[in-house]
Design a protein around this ligand. Structure first.
Ligand code: KG4
Ligand code: ZN
Length: 433
């Protein structure tokens, strides 16, 4: 109703002002207005190209790891402007992220990226409702650049500030692309994180399990490095995970047999270090057999990629299966049509998505994943998290005196011990892709 009356008011306002222009024209005082004037005129009706009215608008800034990203998003989920600078190629050359290098690259690019996102949005910074920035968790040096830039901007523009938890933003992205109500289960798998959580509200999470060591993306990056995939003509500019996915398509996953990790622990925790070590041993053995040195490409690289990808997917599916059963057993999720959301860089992997789909089909759930470019780090998810918090009235700060970044920060209330104590046995599920 509010929208309809707002629409009517604005339309009658437009008719009135257009009539005034025509009257002025007939009175001989009409002149061709500049583009800027036209835009200001349209904005006076809350008009924006692609939307009809200005809603709440948030600028989101992300620098928690190796992407400098910014976006302007409105309340209805319209992405008004977006820009990103990825450091992947630089870090590929150094064989991993060097924090001081990441920091310098963020410093070199943040001003330009934020400016590009704002210019693309064609709104004036004064029209922003708030500025939202990732302040936790992440690399300290990287977080610091985004935070100090944002605080300066907040001070200049006199706008509210919304500190963002990077993983909360990954979890809520799906509500920008799909109509998803709370509660839902979320699986966040990326280069720095791996967790399963029940999302009950914008900032209301129950943590069911997490990685006990490294994240799956980190494991894939390490395996890709050990296989020297940067020297592979088809993969030289791809992140480790993407390179593994690409090569795996040409490989045979039955070539090796690696047992999925933690198969005896009846909880929802993950582990990937063992998988990485076993894979390293295989690679060393193969190098000997093929008579090649470390740093050269193995002829069986695609088979190794296929095996590691499959084993990782099976492990992820099994832990997620237990999380679904636990939530249903405790009535935390509906028995039918519960939603499983998968996000984070590794969730852009189509083999993993297909494996999760086999799971959701078997458990009467629905799998939803943001499009791949919104699974990896981006500014849109941060701006959207800002909108979600603005709408819920949560964590909107007008005083920015004591804000600090937090490199480590858990997500939600940790009930993983309770999940382990329930010791739910997971039925066998064939992952045949
Ligand atoms: O979410 P993200 O951009 O950054 C973190 O928050 O970590 O995830 C980056 C991670 C990297 O480890 C990268 O290798 C992995 O996601 N990744 C993939 C794929 N694309 C990126 N892993 C598997 N398959 C992919 N297609
Ligand atoms: Zn991320």
């Amino acid at each position: 109703m509010q929208i309809i009356s707002c629409f009517c008011n604005s339309v009658s306002g437009i008719i009135y002002r257009v009539s005034m222009l025509i009257l002025n024209k007939t009175a001989g005082v009409f002149f061709k207005p500049s583009k800027r004037k036209v835009y200001e005129f349209l904005r006076s009706f809350n008009f924006h190209p692609g939307t009809l009215f200005l809603h709440k608008i948030v600028l989101g800034i992300e620098t928690s790891c190796d992407d400098t990203a910014a976006a302007v998003v409105d309340e209805t989920g319209n992405v008004l402007g977006e820009a990103i600078h990825s450091q992947t190629e630089v870090h590929l050359k150094t064989g991993g992220i060097v924090p001081a290098v990441a920091q310098q690259l963020h410093r070199d690019n943040i001003q330009r990226i934020v400016q590009e996102a704002l210019s693309a949005s064609r709104i004036s910074p004064s029209d922003l409702s708030a500025i939202a920035t990732t302040i936790k968790p992440g690399l300290a040096l990287s977080l610091g650049v985004g935070l100090s830039f944002s605080l300066q901007l907040v001070g200049q523009l006199k706008k509210p500030f919304i500190p963002i938890h990077h993983m909360e933003a990954h979890a809520l992205t799906i509500r920008l692309t799909n109509k998803v109500e709370f509660p839902f289960l979320v699986l966040l798998i990326s280069g720095g994180h791996c967790l399963l959580a029940l999302v009950q509200g914008v900032s209301d999470f129950l943590l069911l399990g997490k990685s006990l060591d490294i994240a799956p993306g980190d494991m894939l990056d390490k395996v890709a490095r050990r296989l020297s995939l940067i020297k592979h003509p088809e993969c030289s500019t791809m992140s480790g995970g993407k390179a593994i996915e690409h090569l795996a398509k040409q490989g045979n996953r039955f070539h090796f047999d690696i047992k999925p990790p933690l198969h005896r622990a009846k909880n929802c925790d993950f582990s990937f270090t063992g998988l990485q070590q076993v894979t390293n041993k295989r690679i060393m053995k193969k190098e000997k057999e093929e008579g090649i040195e470390e740093g050269q490409i193995l002829s069986s690289a695609a088979d190794i990629a296929a095996t590691v990808q499959h084993t990782m997917a099976c492990h992820i599916v099994k832990r997620t299966h237990r999380a679904i059963l636990f939530c249903k057993q405790r009535d935390l999720l509906p028995q039918n049509n519960a939603i499983l959301v998968a996000s984070g860089g590794v969730a852009s992997n189509f083999y993993v998505r297909r494996a999760l789909e086999i799971l959701t089909d078997a458990t009467q759930c629905t799998l939803l994943c943001p499009p791949p470019r919104l699974c990896t780090d981006n500014g849109i998810m941060i701006a959207w998290n800002g909108i979600e918090r603005l709408r819920a009235g949560l964590g909107i700060l007008h005083d920015i005196e004591d804000i600090r970044y937090e490199p480590k920060c858990p997500l939600g209330v940790d009930i993983s011990k309770e999940v382990g104590e329930a010791a739910i046995k997971v039925p066998q599920l064939k992952i045949e892709i």
